[in-house]
Write a protein that binds this ligand. Structure first.
Ligand SMILES: Cc1ncc(COP(=O)(O)O)c(C=O)c1O
Length: 411
C-alpha cells in the first residue's frame, strides 16, 4: 500500500491519515503492553495447571478491569469477543433467542451501523416485529418517538451512542430510562464513542454495550460485550459454542495479546479522554474554518456542536466526493456513499437524514484522532481546496465523470 501510494503521489508527498472512524493506529504504549504476550508470556488463558496459563489469566483479568472501569461496570460483566460486530450479534440474537416468549418487538433506528441493521433484518425474517425509527436532518432521534415505539411487549431497544458517519450522539440516558420503564433491555453500539466521550452503564441504564479495540488505538480483531449481571440480569443465548469460555457466553481460546492491548487502550483512554477530545475538537474546528475560508458551499452534515469530536462530515457543493478522493489518494478519507453493489448508493445514514443524493455524493467524512496534527490538517485542507477548486473550474469530461469507480465507505 505504501509503495502504491508512493508511486501515485511521489515519494515527497506524505500520506495523511484522516480516517480514524474506520480504524485507529495502535498507540505505541498499547503495542508495548502487548508484545510480551506474543513472546515470553504466550500461555493459553484456559490452561489452569501452569504458570504460563496463570499469567495469561491475570493479564486478561487486568484488561477486563480496565475496560469495566472505563464504562463504570463490574469486570465480570465484560465478555471478550472478536470485535463490535460479534458483540452486536451476541447481544441482539442472544436476547431474541432467550426472551422471545416475553415479546417479539425490537426497536432500533434507521441510522444504525450495518452490524446492527443486518442482524435485525435476520430477526425480522424469523418473525420478530421491527420498528426502525426515523431521525431528523441532524441525525437525532425524537425521544417522543422512542417513548411511543417502546411498548410493553418490546424486548429490546438497540440504539447506537455515536454515529459512525456523522458523529451524532444520541441521548442514551433518556432512551435507557424509557426502555427500563417498559421492561425492555437497552443494547447500545458504542464502537465509536468508547474512550472518546464518557459512558456510564449505570446512569445511562445500558444493559448491553458493544465495543471494539481498534477504534480506540488498540488492535483489530478484539472487542467486548458488556452484559448486565443484575438489576436486571440479562441472560444471553450464546452464539459461539465449543468449550464454554467467557462463562459460557462466548467459546474459543482467548486472544490474550489482543485483550491486553484492549485493556491498555482503555486505561489510556480513561486517563486522557478529556484532554484528547478537547484537542481533537479544536483541530476539527480549525479544519472546518479552513474549508469554509477557502471554498463557498460547505455544509456540515449533522449538528456542528453536538457531535463526536473526531468526526466531521461535510458536503462540498458542486463536487463529486469520489472524484475528489480519487485525485488525492495520499489523504485517507471516506465519502458519503457506499457501494455494496457495483453502483455507489448514497449512504443509508445521509439518506435517513433526508439529504438529497447530490448532497450525499458531495459529502466527505473526516476522522480525526489522537495522532492527527495541526500541520496535517493544514496540508490536507490545502490539497482538498486546490483539488475541489480545480474540479469546479474544469470538471472531468462526461465519460470520466460517471461514478463508475467505487470508493467504499470505511465503516
Ligand atoms: C458504529 C459501529 N458499530 C460497529 C462496528 C463494527 O466494529 P468491528 O469492526 O469491531 O466489528 C463499527 C466499525 O466498523 C462501527 O463504526
Amino acid at each position: 500500500m505504501i509503495a502504491y501510494l508512493s508511486a501515485l503521489c511521489g515519494d515527497k508527498m506524505q500520506p495523511i491519515y484522516l480516517d480514524n472512524l474506520a480504524t485507529t493506529p495502535v498507540d505505541p504504549r498499547v503495542l508495548d503492553a502487548m508484545l510480551p504476550y506474543f513472546r515470553e508470556t504466550f500461555g493459553n488463558a484456559a490452561s489452569q495447571t501452569h504458570l504460563f496459563g496463570h499469567r495469561a489469566v491475570s493479564a486478561v483479568e487486568e484488561a477486563r478491569a480496565h475496560i469495566g472501569c472505563l464504562i463504570n461496570a463490574e469486570a465480570r460483566a465484560i465478555v471478550f469477543t472478536s470485535g463490535a460486530t460479534e458483540s452486536v450479534n451476541l447481544a441482539i440474537k442472544g436476547v431474541a433467542q432467550t426472551y422471545h416468549d416475553r415479546g417479539r418487538r425490537i426497536v432500533t433506528a434507521r441510522t444504525e451501523h450495518r452490524a446492527v441493521l443486518d442482524v435485525i433484518d435476520t430477526l425480522e425474517t424469523d418473525g420478530f416485529e421491527i420498528v426502525r425509527l426515523d431521525v431528523d436532518s441532524d441525525g437525532h432521534l425524537s425521544l417522543d418517538a422512542v417513548d411511543e415505539a417502546v411498548t410493553p411487549d418490546t424486548i429490546l431497544v438497540s440504539i447506537m451512542h455515536a454515529n459512525n458517519e456523522v458523529g451524532t450522539l444520541h441521548d442514551i440516558a433518556a432512551i435507557g430510562a424509557i426502555a427500563r420503564d417498559r421492561g425492555a433491555f437497552l443494547h447500545c453500539d458504542a464502537a465509536q464513542s468508547l474512550g472518546k466521550t464518557p459512558i456510564d452503564v449505570e446512569t445511562m441504564k445500558i444493559d448491553l454495550l458493544s465495543i471494539s479495540a481498534h477504534k480506540l488505538y488498540g488492535p483489530k480483531g478484539v472487542g467486548a460485550l458488556y452484559c448486565r449481571r443484575r438489576d436486571p440480569r440479562v441472560r444471553l443465548a450464546p452464539q459461539v459454542h465449543g468449550g464454554g469460555h467467557e462463562r459460557g457466553m462466548r467459546s474459543g481460546t482467548l486472544n490474550v495479546p489482543g485483550i491486553v492491548g484492549f485493556g491498555a487502550a482503555a486505561a489510556i483512554a480513561g486517563a486522557e479522554m478529556t484532554a484528547d477530545s478537547e484537542r481533537v475538537m479544536d483541530l476539527r474546528q480549525h479544519l472546518l474554518a479552513a474549508l469554509r475560508n477557502g471554498l463557498d458551499g460547505i455544509t456540515v452534515n449533522g449538528r456542528e456542536d453536538a457531535s463526536l469530536a473526531g468526526c466531521l462530515n461535510v458536503a462540498i457543493d458542486r463536487i463529486d466526493a469520489m472524484q475528489l478522493l480519487e485525485r488525492i489518494p495520499e489523504i485517507a478519507l471516506s465519502t458519503g456513499s457506499a457501494c455494496t453493489t457495483a453502483i455507489p448508493q448514497p449512504s443509508h445514514v445521509l439518506s435517513a437524514m433526508g439529504l438529497e443524493p447530490e448532497r450525499a455524493y458531495a459529502s466527505i467524512r473526516f476522522g480525526l484522532g489522537r495522532f492527527t496534527t495541526r500541520a496535517e490538517i493544514d496540508s490536507a485542507a490545502e490539497r482538498i481546496l486546490a483539488t475541489a477548486t480545480e474540479l469546479r473550474t474544469c470538471p472531468p469530461a462526461d465519460d470520466d465523470a460517471e461514478r463508475t469507480s467505487c470508493v467504499r465507505l470505511s465503516t
